[in-house]
Design a protein. Sequence first.
Length: 302
Amino acid sequence: MTYTLTPLHPIFGAELLGADLREPPSPELVKIVNDAMAKYAVLVIRNQTITDEQHIRFTRAFGPLELMPDLGTKSHKGGRVHPEMYDASNLDEKGEIVAPNSPRATFNKGNELFHSDSSYNDLPTKWSLLMGHTVPPEGGNTEFIDMRAVYDALSPEMKEKCEGLTVEHYIWHSRRRGGLKDITPEMEAAMPPVHHPLVRLSENGRKCLFIGGHASHIVGWPEEEGRAFLEQLYQFAMQPQFIYSHKWQVGDLLIWDNRCTMHRGTPFPYFKYKRDLRATRMLESGPDRSSTSARKAATADA
C-alpha cells in the first residue's frame, strides 16, 4: 500500500491518501496516522466508504472509545447511528431533516462556537474522528485552530500570566450561549462542571492553550474577570493565520486532537440540506467509558 501525506495549511493539518479503512488497520497505517497527528494535529483521510462498525474498529486501533454521556435528557439520545458513536447530523431517527424547534437543532447551535470536544468531561479526550456520509453543497465547513501556534504567538507577559491557571469547563455554559434555554436540574446534575489547566502539553511536547466554548471562567478569580480574560485569549486565537477551514467531501474521515486544537462547525442551510456526519471520540487510556459512568464509579468507591 502506498500512502501520500500532504500538508493542508502552513502551520498544521494534513491530507492522507491511499488508505482503505474497510480493511483492518495495519501497523504501518497506525504508525503513519499517529506520527501525522502528533505533527499536524488535524488529519483528513480521503475517499472512504466505511460502515459504522469499520469506523469504530479504526478508532480502537488508537485508543479506547469515549462513550456518549448521560446528559440527563432523553431528547438528545438517537438511534440512527451505532450506540458507540456521536450523531453530528441534522437528521432525526428516520433520516429526515429535524424540525426547526427540535432539541437537536437548538443543541447543535452550540457547535458553532470554537471548542474542544468533551472538555466538559473529567476524563481526557484524545481525538475525534468524524466521517462525512452526506454533506451540503454549500456552507458547513469545519474550522480548526492550532492552539500550539496560538500559545507560541503570545507575548512573554501573557504566557507568564497563563501559567498555573485552572479553567472551569461546563457543557451547559456553552449550550446556554448557543441559545438552549430548557436546561433542567437533572441535566445540570448529570453533567456538572469540571476543571482543567489553562496550559497543557501537546502530543509532541509543545505547550498549548486549553480553552474554548465550554470554558466558563478561571477558578479562583472573580467570575466576570475570568471570563473576560478567557474571551481575550479566545479572540486572539481566532486570528486567520491560526485557522484551517475544512471543506467537506463525501468520504472524508476527519481526525483532530482535542488536546491542542479548537474547532467549530460553520453555518449552512440547516433545514434545506441533509448533513450526515458521524463521530467517534477516543480517550487517552483505559477501557471504553463515558465521563458520567466514571464519576458514578468514583462516587460509589468513595
